[in-house]
Design a protein around this ligand. Sequence first.
Ligand code: AMP
Ligand code: ZN
Length: 303
Amino acid sequence: MCDSCSSFLDRLFARGVLHATGVDGLYARGECFEKVISGLDRVISRHGAAHRAEIIRFPPGMSRALFEQSGYMNSFPQLAGSIHGFVGDERDHLALLDKIHNGETWTDRQVATDVVLTPAACYPLYPIVSKRGPVRADGLYFDVQSYCFRHEPSKDPARMQMFRMREYVCVGTPDQVMAFREQWLEKGRDFARELALPHEVNVANDPFFGRGGRVMASSQRELGLKFELLVPIESGDEPTACVSFNYHQDHFASMWGIELASGEAAHTACVGFGMERLALALFKHDGLDLDAWPSPVRAALAL
Ligand code: AMP
Ligand code: ZN
């Protein structure tokens, strides 16, 4: 197959940048892909250094109880994933093996564990912050990262079911949080320029579920609560959101009881970097051979 007639995903597989697993949106990562991810992590850390943010790294799962409290299922039930496990006795085990052997559904008897898959890297942060008492006067800054799950299988390599999200999160007064987001809208553009990625920044909305969701999405746009840095990745398609800039107002802080010293609810904002999307954008624009990438890009990523 010629390079230009196979899909981008097929070419990534052929070069071992990604490896297929048999499930759309679930891929193993090759060495050169991970080198780029590590490079991106360093560039992001450099852009975020001034916050002197507290670093927290999350496992890919979070507490089901906290997830239920977070309200995620009100807005995005279609994207959520939960972890279920076997709790039967030996007889149940034999029945389960029989079902697998016969190609029957065996998962209907699995029960929900205390863990769900993390939908966004900042979700498990707010309950931790809420336990610490009032937010100090100069605000709180966090640098978080998690593998995230979204149930949106797709042949588009940039739409994965499991991917890493690195975020900076600010908790503070409305002014502090707005200033944080303004700074990141600027830094986000600098970041894309440093990596020589074609980009634009646009107002955006989250994929809220159902008819009620359409109202939420348009109000989110009207209030300018979400912006995205978009980079063309799949040719012919719309450009892909690689970085998101979100202002939550007091949504999360009120939900989790995160207060300022005055007793008012804090405000929060986050900037979320889609690590896989950024890496794919670089592979798309600079080719599949890291050694042939432009030297300024290689230097920025310390490859
Ligand atoms: P969001 O919370 O939807 O704004 O996501 C934050 C960032 O994660 C986005 O800007 C994307 O770069 C990335 N992202 C979201 N969904 C996916 C996905 N299905 N596959 C890969 N990256 C994603
Ligand atoms: Zn976030």
